[in-house]
Design a protein around this ligand. Structure first.
Ligand code: UDP
Ligand code: MG
Length: 322
């Protein structure tokens, strides 16, 4: 299959239904990679696309020997697709980049140069400007990063998404983590390898629509919180205690009024007690459910993705099965 010597750089791109942006992406990325002074591989992880992404990728791979295709059997999500890339990348360095050109490929050589000259294991792509994002995205992102900085207990690079370089040491460390539902932008700072930043201006999505549905964003938020903190559980306990104290106070007041011979408005206090306790219990149950679900998943040991195809292991044929 005429494959290159072991690449120094693996560029990992998760793609889900990216037919609209794929041609422009290839056109922008290829000259940047071909100009690098090191051998590279471009590892595209097709996250179970339903459109023509798969087909278009195999066409592109036909005259791009460094393009390596991995196809997940079903849509497993952005982070799971990244996990697949981490597991299969062969390079001494790995750069993950989105397919929609929001992360400019031109920054890739800068990241590589920085990693080598500063001798760091991680180079974060940090957005110097988010004005291309919608107000809703900016507000939720700010809340998310503020909370995560607290929970992870480490500095999470401001506005760093999943555009970053990591060294082989980091790749191996991440792969050794047994957990599923990994959130890379938290796990990597948490590991604590020496790092540097490269700032860039975040562009608008070059074509197509966002592949992050509300559901997927919520999933990411829940995974982020439950992976790193039992604080919500403590909050639930705290709220439960508060609710308990409140209802106790109400009971004492009601008893006091009764002892003093006043008519007790029993209905109101009963409703209050039932309401407070009910609300707190529901809240706690919800939070417990999140943790129990995580434990359940872990105990099942289910993979968070399954690889259906890897062009490197495809002997003889270069076809990219649908
Ligand atoms: N993506 C993926 N699987 C998914 C959702 C997204 O592989 O289930 C990829 C997508 O193709 C893109 C990257 O993850 O390369 C980031 O997604 P997107 O740009 O839609 O997210 P946004 O920038 O809107 O947050
Ligand atoms: Mg995007």
């Amino acid at each position: 299959m005429g494959h290159q010597p072991n690449p120094v750089l693996s560029v990992v791109v998760p793609m889900y239904d990216e037919e609209a942006v794929l041609p422009i992406f290839v056109e922008r990325l290829r000259p940047v990679l071909d100009r690098l002074d090191v051998p590279y591989e471009l590892l595209v992880v097709d996250d179970g696309s339903r459109d023509r992404t798969a087909e278009m990728l195999s066409v592109a791979a036909a005259d791009w020997p460094q393009l390596r295709l991995i196809r997940l059997l079903r849509n497993s999500g952005h982070q799971a697709a990244l996990s697949a890339g981490f597991q299969r990348a062969r390079g001494d360095y790995l750069i993950s980049i989105d397919a929609d050109l929001q992360d400019p490929p031109e920054v890739i050589p800068q990241m590589l140069a920085k990693a080598r000259s500063a001798d760091v294991d991680v180079v974060y792509g940090v957005r110097s400007d988010r004005s291309s994002d919608t107000v809703g995205k900016r507000v939720t992102a700010r809340m998310y990063y503020r909370l995560m900085r607290r929970l992870v207990g480490r500095e999470i690079p401001h506005d760093a998404g999943d555009f970053r370089l990591v060294s082989r040491r980091v790749v191996d460390a991440v792969n050794a983590l047994p957990e599923g539902g990994r959130v890379f932008r938290l796990v990597i700072p948490w590991l604590g390898f020496p790092s540097a930043d490269v700032t860039y201006v975040r562009a608008e999505r070059a074509a197509g629509e966002t592949k992050y549905s509300i559901g997927k964003m919520l999933r990411l938020a829940f995974d982020s919180v439950t992976a790193f903190s039992a604080a919500p559980l403590r909050l639930a306990t705290w709220l439960g205690a508060l609710g308990g104290l409140m209802s106790l106070a109400i009971v004492i007041v009601a008893l006091g009024m009764k002892a003093a011979g006043h008519t007790v408005p029993g209905w109101t206090s009963t409703v209050l007690v039932v309401g407070v306790i009910g609300a707190v219990q529901l809240l706690c149950l919800g939070l417990l459910g999140e943790y129990v679900a995580r434990m359940f998943q872990a105990s099942q040991g289910r993979p968070s993705f399954l690889v259906g195809y890897d062009s490197l292991e495809d002997h003889g044929h270069t076809a990219y099965p649908e």
